[in-house]
Design a protein around this ligand. Structure first.
Ligand SMILES: [Zn+2]
Ligand SMILES: [Zn+2]
Length: 277
């Protein structure tokens, strides 16, 4: 994890030199990565409260390994990072607008209660105390950026305990999060999905929508860019889309978390056609 962050920061420096600067979104992302990285060093290897037997059972039943109660979170450290993440978002009003003062006051970390984390993790509505004046989408993005290094730490510990042959689901086998990026592997062009919450990767059918399970070839579609490097999968049944990179078309070392942002124009274009992430 640490190694990947270092690689991403190096790649961003290269892009900056090549282009004589970086787009604002990437400058923001670099700031975010730096504070996430400083916390990563302090995250003690989480020992999720779960046995190997339960892991196998859950995978067989199609349940993600971690429920909220299985998470091993250092709540003080989570709140500390939350405050720093807010400060980073607040430095880019051009991207995110003005944040309400209550988020910038000392002690704002306390707004991120266990209840709020649970709501975010289980994709339920966030408590009013934390989203008032911010909006649910933006607050969700702030909580996401706060919890990402913690959840990625869980994935690091758990990803080798899973029998992926028994997992052909559209959601993450570790945390249950939805995919927000995918890739076709070099060897056979198999499609792997990437969890938006914890970066776990798992193989999934190419001709099935991970969001609604649709397999109807008339509803599913994909388009590619000029070089055939990127793909955009869309589903007319549920109206959602997924970006992909085809690793057979490149020799470069691809950093998926960075690719999510480098392909932001694809999001813009597909949203104009009324598809959702
Ligand atoms: Zn996950
Ligand atoms: Zn669908």
């Amino acid at each position: 994890m640490q190694k990947e962050t270092t690689k991403i920061l190096q790649k961003l420096s290269e892009l900056e030199k090549e282009g004589g600067g970086l787009p604002l979104l990437l400058v923001f992302y670099r700031g975010l990565l730096q504070i996430q990285a400083s916390v990563e060093k302090r995250i003690i290897k989480p020992e999720p409260r779960i046995t190997r037997e339960v892991i196998c059972q859950r995978i067989r039943k199609g349940q993600p390994i971690l429920s909220f109660d299985n998470l091993a979170l250092d709540h003080n450290l989570v709140q500390e990072l939350f405050v720093e993440v807010i400060a980073t978002f607040n430095s880019y009003p051009q991207l995110f607008g003005e944040l309400p003062k209550k988020l910038l006051k000392p002690g704002a970390g306390r707004l991120l209660t266990k209840k709020a984390i649970r709501a975010w993790f289980t994709e339920n509505e966030l408590p009013a105390t934390i989203q008032d004046g911010v909006g649910e989408n933006l607050m969700s993005a702030i909580i996401h950026a706060t919890l990402q290094p913690f959840l990625a730490g869980h994935s690091e510990v758990l990803k080798n305990t899973i029998d992926y042959e028994n997992w052909r689901r559209g959601y993450c086998p570790i945390c249950g999060g939805s995919p927000d990026f995918s890739y076709l592997d070099k060897e056979r062009g198999s499609r792997y999905l990437l969890c938006s919450h914890c970066d776990t990767e798992w193989v999934f059918k190419r001709l099935e929508c991970p969001f609604c399970g649709c397999q109807n070839p008339y509803a599913l579609n994909y388009t590619t860019d000029d070089k055939g490097l990127y793909r955009l999968y869309t589903c007319r049944d549920c109206g959602r889309y997924l970006k992909a990179i085809d690793l057979r078309k490149t020799e470069e070392d691809i950093l998926f978390p960075l690719e999510r942002l480098l392909t932001i124009d694809m999001d813009r274009q597909v949203r104009e056609k009324d598809f959702e992430k």
